[in-house]
Design a binder for this molecule. Structure first.
Ligand code: FES
Ligand code: FES
Length: 230
């Protein structure tokens, strides 16, 4: 038979002695907590608590990473916290990739990694060992523009141009995503091959903001390139 709780040894929580002990226990445990937190801020204590990272003297926070950027092998020794965007701009001095928000909200930093578009501000450089990175500098050059770059020029797909490298990298990946039949929120029939349409392109490019509002011209440029290569 199940029995209810046994209250026969219940402590009288209102007794002065109990309250005194409780207060002392509380003070002791609070003091211990403060002491531990205070120590954790120092490197020595951090080690004694299981962390082996001493940021004041160690070089452990740097890592060697090798990846290919626009066909060229690059080797960097970077702070582990360096984003791919900062590695490109600050370490490799490839400033074609732009920093807009630095928070994954504007798409200005879009690059292609192994053919897939990513926000370079949201990924650490050390995560890309052996990867193949393509930036706007790797797509074309003055006098030899990539068809998407040429289409942006032809259709006035920019004004200030700050978002344009990200728009162009993103648009190339968008066309590949549609061809690979990766659905989007604008894909109406998931049983059929996704089709290149204005709705699909608008939806898939929605992560690339343009403060100049060149959206309709950007769309015209992408549609032209998409139609040129069925
Ligand atoms: S700078 Fe990366 S998304 Fe804005
Ligand atoms: S062209 Fe100026 S932000 Fe897009």
């Amino acid at each position: 038979m199940l029995r209810g709780p046994d209250f026969s040894t219940e402590v009288n929580v209102t007794s002065p002695l109990h309250l005194e002990l409780s207060r002392r226990d509380l003070l002791i445990s609070s003091a211990a907590t403060v002491a531990v937190s205070g120590h954790a801020a120092s490197p020595v204590a951090a080690q004694s608590m299981g962390s082996d990272m001493d940021y004041s003297t160690s070089t452990d926070y740097k890592t060697q990473v090798s990846f290919t950027v626009n066909g060229e092998q690059q080797q960097l020794n970077v702070d582990n916290r360096t984003t791919l965007l900062d590695a490109l701009r600050e370490h490799l001095h490839m400033t074609g990739t732009k920093k807009g928000c630095d928070h994954g909200q504007c798409g200005a930093c879009t690059v292609l990694v192994d053919g897939r578009r990513i926000n370079a501000c949201l990924t650490l450089a050390v995560m890309h060992e052996g990867d193949n990175v393509t930036t706007i500098e790797g797509l074309g050059a003055p006098g030899n523009l990539h068809p998407m770059q040429a289409a942006f020029v032809k259709h006035d797909g920019f004004q200030c141009g700050y978002c344009t490298p990200g728009q162009i990298c993103s648009s190339l990946a968008v066309l590949e995503e549609i061809r690979a039949n990766i659905p989007s929120h604008a894909t109406s029939d998931l049983t059929q091959q996704a089709k290149i349409s204005e709705a699909e392109i608008r939806e898939r490019m929605s992560g690339n903001l343009c403060r100049c509002g060149a959206y309709s011209n950007i769309l015209d440029a992408i549609v032209e390139v998409a139609e040129a290569r069925p």
